[in-house]
Design a protein around this ligand. Structure first.
Ligand SMILES: C[S@@+](CC[C@H](N)C(=O)[O-])C[C@H]1O[C@@H](n2cnc3c(N)ncnc32)[C@H](O)[C@@H]1O
Length: 326
């Protein structure tokens, strides 16, 4: 029987969320001089690296309207603002605790908007077209339908099936976007919340940057040495303190985004952060040693970054909030 993984109550105040237990790529690289930065060609906080990437890849400019979703401690945005001094910035986060931390981290940098809300609800209701949405390492937290049996999906779309149930919604999405499930295992998980998020963004976001743990990562040539966890190509549970996340099927998301009118590009996060590829780094990636704290942390970082992908979406002329119906 299919179930649903929902992290809402963990993040919105009842679960005392902390990034300490799940050290995100952004948090690992947040402090200038962090030992994890020894893995990079040009050590820099993640927000600074992302700023350079967004300028090059999407043409980010200081006068753009930008929304960061799920900004955690605010570290990404604080470092990004040091490179690109945005003036029209909104931070949207489901967690009041993280909203408060973002306010503190960005205090004195401008009069920004801070919204405590679920991202899908926010964009469905906002009615404002924005130049860029940044969504770093949070779509794996959005609702995932778990333990789907392939036969169950067909039953969900037959007359008398419950179209509004999580399973009914997945069946409808698979049909609408022609998602190929021929390679799916007998039981699989589906990133329902991530798809609903793209649908909410499409009418109002000109550009989107996403990054997350991926279940179908493509490792480009210089990074083939990275150790990928075993998997079946479909979302995998990542159990964490007080909640679970799921890896994201970027192939499915790319198809949905293209059907929604976006030009889609995707790549590996190792390239975005400028992971070193020299023999010393490759040795540290392969073997866990307790030779020094740095070698151990670099090993951990390589294992962590291995399954991360980024995706950029561009549609500089989105239909607008009043034409959301398809
Ligand atoms: C794993 S943390 C990532 C934090 C930060 N972006 C980083 O990379 O370190 C997930 C963040 O997304 C937020 N979040 C989770 N679900 C959300 C939702 N449905 N809507 C908005 N924010 C959400 C959490 O409160 C938290 O700030």
């Amino acid at each position: 029987m299919a179930g649903i993984n929902d992290t809402t109550s963990f993040y919105n105040g009842h679960g005392s969320p902390s990034l300490f237990w799940e050290l995100t790529i952004c948090q690992s690289l947040a402090e200038q001089g962090s030992p994890y930065q020894a893995a990079l060609r040009r050590p820099q906080p993640y927000g600074g690296l992302l700023a350079g990437f967004l300028v090059q890849e999407l043409g980010l400019r200081a006068n753009w309207s930008v929304v960061e979703v799920g900004g955690g401690t605010g570290a990404l945005m604080a470092a990004l603002l040091a490179e690109v001094p945005l003036t029209d910035l909104t931070m949207v986060d489901i967690s009041p605790l993280f909203t408060a931390r973002q306010r503190a981290a960005l205090a004195g940098r401008g009069s920004f908007r801070f919204v405590t809300a679920d991202a899908v609800q926010h964009f469905s209701a906002s009615g404002r077209v924005v130049d860029l949405v940044i969504s770093n390492e949070n779509i794996g937290d959005f609702p995932t339908v778990t333990g789907i049996q392939r036969g169950e999906l067909e039953a969900a779309v037959r007359p008398g099936g419950d179209a509004a149930s999580p399973l009914g919604q997945v069946a409808e999405i698979v049909r609408r976007y022609r998602l190929p499930l021929g390679d799916a295992p007998e039981r699989f998980h589906f990133n329902l919340g991530a798809v609903r998020y793209l649908e909410a963004l499409a009418p109002v976001a000109r550009r989107v940057f996403l990054s997350e743990h991926s279940c179908d990562p493509v490792l480009p040539e210089p990074y083939r040495f990275l150790p990928l966890p075993a998997g079946d190509g479909y979302p995998r549970e990542i159990p964490l303190k007080g909640h679970s996340e799921y890896t994201v099927h970027f192939g499915h998301l790319a198809r949905v985004a293209a059907a929604l009118g976006y030009r889609v590009r995707r790549g590996h996060l190792a390239g975005l952060v400028g992971l070193r590829t020299d023999p010393g780094l490759q040795a540290m990636a392969r073997t866990r040693t307790t030779f020094s704290e740095t070698t151990e942390l670099v090993h951990e970082f390589c294992g962590h970054v291995a399954e991360y992908q980024w995706m950029t979406l561009e549609n500089t002329d989105p239909p607008g909030p009043n034409r959301r119906e398809r």
